[in-house]
Write a protein that binds this ligand. Structure first.
Ligand SMILES: Cc1ncc(COP(=O)(O)O)c(C=O)c1O
Length: 298
């Protein structure tokens, strides 16, 4: 989608973002003459302040990876329109079941289909969705010319996965909410990030633009890296893995995995500390999951 831009164009991206997306902006597209600035997703005015006359794309995730922050899509859509830029929303965490960014004014929606849409951690794929013919034609031209197309088998697996998306998402959400409530009061956990918790800073916005909160949550362990290592080594049902969105529960250590490509200073600036653990809560029996978390926390 960044191929819609030209040399010299500028991108404003939210500052809580999958580390691989930052890597792509900074290590690949920067060499092609595209500049990126990061706006503070906690400060709604920060996007407007980061805009330049040559800004052509605003890129956000919501909920964000890994801190589950909620970004106001309607507000950014208005800003993009005023500025002659496109708004792209990475909807991987929410899925179309819980959030429909095009209906809120976004121009483009991006999904890693590897995750919830396929739902079984058995393929790698992506999708870009738009509702304007001109943008679609430009993307289609680029895809045809540059050749990044999914294979038929992977495409079939995604289509098959989508048939159970609704049931899976409801179960992911039920389990995630229970896990969040359990962890919220655990003495070894200092903070839980889940937009379905009433004290989450983005909770009221999430209620306005989403129909559910999804299956992803993060937690801050007291005791930093050692506590995190102990936690991962004791898990039995949650599997240590970088991916997310599959039927099975996964636990990830952002500091070394999804955000390992950021420098330590950059990571800490973005709130990704040594005690941060991200959970992709699966659809297994809820009691098994709670028991596993309890055992891992000791
Ligand atoms: C929010 C988000 N978008 C995109 C991606 C990239 O996904 P893929 O590895 O399928 O390209 C990830 C990967 O974790 C992600 O978390």
């Amino acid at each position: 989608m960044v191929h819609l831009l030209r040399k010299g164009d500028h991108i404003v991206a939210g500052d809580d973002l999958y580390g691989g997306t930052c890597r792509l902006f900074e290590k690949v597209f920067a060499k092609w003459g595209l500049a990126v600035s990061y706006a503070d997703v906690d400060d709604p005015a920060s996007f407007a302040k980061s805009m330049r006359p040559n800004t052509r794309l605003i890129w956000v995730e919501t909920p964000t990876n890994p801190l589950l922050k909620i970004v106001d899509i309607r507000r950014l859509a208005a800003l993009a329109k005023r500025s002659g830029a496109l708004l792209a929303v990475d909807n991987t965490f929410a899925t179309p079941f819980f959030q429909r960014p095009l209906e809120l004014g976004a121009d483009l929606v991006v999904h890693s289909t590897t995750k919830y849409l396929a739902g079984h951690s058995d393929l790698i794929g992506g999708a870009v969705v738009c509702d304007r013919k001109r943008v679609y034609e430009r993307l289609k031209f680029h895809q045809n010319a540059a050749g990044a197309v999914p294979g038929p088998w992977d495409s079939w697996l995604v289509l098959r996965g989508i048939k159970t998306l609704a049931v899976r998402m409801r179960q992911h959400e039920d389990n995630a909410l229970c896990a969040a409530l359990y962890l919220r009061w655990h003495p070894k956990v200092s903070r839980v990030y889940y937009p379905g918790l009433p004290d989450h800073v983005g909770s009221s916005l999430a209620r306005k633009q989403m129909t559910g909160f999804g299956g992803m949550l993060s937690l801050e362990l007291k005791g930093g890296r050692r506590a995190a290592e102990r936690f991962f080594s004791r898990l039995k049902v949650f599997c240590l893995a970088e991916s997310l969105g599959g039927v099975e529960s996964l636990a990830c250590y952002p500091a070394l995995m999804t955000h390992g490509s950021l420098s330590k200073e950059e990571r800490l600036k973005r709130g990704i500390g040594e005690g941060l653990v991200r959970l992709s809560v699966g659809i297994e029996d809820r009691e098994d999951l709670l028991e596993d978390l309890a055992g891992a926390l000791g």
